[in-house]
Design a protein around this ligand. Structure first.
Ligand code: NAD
Length: 404
């Protein structure tokens, strides 16, 4: 650390799903880390050594480092006392599904008075291609001599503590000093680094997420084809993947949701001038799956949904976490309600007073749809007469009619 620095790193967006685990892990390898965030609702939990959201293995490390190498900073002006400013704020698309650059530029504006010559800023959020360049130009126009790096986060939500200690880190930057400092920071995690240009790094992140989103779309499309033709996709999937080397990373069907995959596919679509056909197709398939399931109940299983009680098992956007951001279970609930069904919901981790337990749901609903495959559903016993839609095949203890 140089003379005027108290912190090795201050993380802007430090209470978020990316910023907090990263701060915890950096503090655990001995760096002095400050967390800054505008959302104070998570602050009390962090100060008490509790994770404000599910992040496996994080809490013991948080307890160990908080107040020692990990601190909360109250003001953006504190960045002046940090060697590196790391940005992990959210980068949502707007109501017309276009990328939003303004919040990032507003943040740069707020940061500017507190930056000093030679300061290093590492942008970690997933961004619309060219955002890093715009930031660089922004600082240059204000005569701020900043070393700007772009190093995208690639963890899978919920497992950051494990993954940050083993995933290779993509490093890019506009100056040699930015590269040197970003590389030095992430090497502290004991992982390999891969250096590319800033544009390559921005695209590598978006391509990775779009690729995963398209993979889910492929299996979801196959599920729909099989189901429409009266075939059992679970059995086909088994045949395709069992002990077949090239089928091992073929995903199961299910809701492809959450705050990243769709949003980043949309960013890439906007970047490609709306000619990213594979991305468009994937969005139609993945976003269409809840509606397909409802049509399947009505048209193939001949169920009259009016006043029928339908239960949704799992409202988080993926298994074994409590995050409901952009969860397709909510879209499914809306479509069912529109068709007249009475919808009840359950989740192992999401707190909502209107939700019931999985056991209650299984008893009260003649139709059950698994929204997300929480591990606890493996133990669930479903009555024999229940119509069960379970794309993941997670509910094992059932005598019910399977809807596939
Ligand atoms: N969630 C993931 O697993 C994941 C994985 C890889 C990349 N990403 C990307 O990382 C970024 C952050 O995602 P996230 O899931 O952590 O979002 P998040 O909403 O959980 O966290 C973002 C945090 O930034 C804070 N914030 C917003 N504006 C701020 C400002 N001006 N000053 C200070 N704090 C501010 C918010 O209050 C919030 O706590 C996004 O670009 C996302 O696409 C997320």
């Amino acid at each position: 650390m140089s003379g005027h620095s108290v912190y090795d790193v201050i993380i802007i967006g430090g209470f978020g799903h990316v910023g907090l685990p990263l701060g915890i892990v950096l503090a655990d390898v001995g760096l002095k880390v400050g967390l800054y965030d505008i959302d104070t609702s998570r602050r009390a939990a962090i100060e008490a050594g509790r994770m404000p959201f599910i992040e496996h293995d994080a809490e013991p490390v948080l307890k160990r480092v908080f107040g020692r190498s990990l601190h909360i900073v109250n003001s953006l002006s504190e960045v002046n006392r940090a060697e590196i400013v790391l940005i992990t704020v959210g980068t949502p698309v707007d109501e017309y599904l276009n990328p939003k650059l303004r919040p990032m530029l507003d943040l740069a504006e707020q940061l500017s008075p507190h930056l000093r010559p030679g300061h290093c800023i590492i942008l970690r959020s997933t961004v619309y291609p060219g955002t890093s360049h715009r930031l660089k130009e922004f600082f240059k126009a204000r005569d701020l001599d900043i070393h700007l790096a772009y190093c995208p986060e690639r963890i899978v939500q919920g497992y950051a503590i494990r993954e940050l200690r083993k995933l290779p880190q993509i490093i890019s930057g506009f100056t040699d000093e930015a590269l040197r400092r970003a590389d030095g920071l992430f090497r502290r995690l004991g992982v390999e680094t891969v250096t590319v240009t800033v544009q390559e790094a921005e695209l590598a992140k978006l391509f990775s997420n779009a690729w995963r989103y398209i993979q889910f779309a492929i299996t979801n499309q196959f599920y729909m084809v099989a189901t429409e033709k009266g075939a059992d996709y679970e059995r086909i999937y088994q045949a395709m993947t069992q002990n077949y080397e090239r089928g091992q990373d073929f995903p199961r069907p299910g809701f492809a949701a959450g705050p990243c995959l769709l949003k980043d596919t949309l960013q890439l679509t906007a970047f490609c001038g709306n000619h990213f056909q594979l991305g468009h197709a994937a969005m139609m398939v993945n976003e269409g799956l809840p509606g397909f399931l409802v049509d399947h109940l009505r048209n193939d299983l001949k169920l009259d949904l009016t006043n029928l009680r339908v239960g949704i098992l799992g409202m988080a956007f993926k298994a074994d976490i409590d995050d409901i951001r952009d969860s397709l279970s909510y879209k499914l609930a809306k479509i069912l309600q529109f068709q007249g069904a009475e919808v009840s919901c359950s989740d192992e981790f999401v707190n909502n007073p209107s939700f019931v337990t999985k056991e209650e749901l299984a008893v009260m609903c003649p139709v059950l749809i698994v929204g997300v495959p929480h591990s606890a559903y493996r133990e669930l016993v479903v009555p024999a007469e229940t119509v069960l839609v379970d794309l993941w095949g997670v509910v094992r203890s059932r005598g019910g009619r399977h809807a596939e």
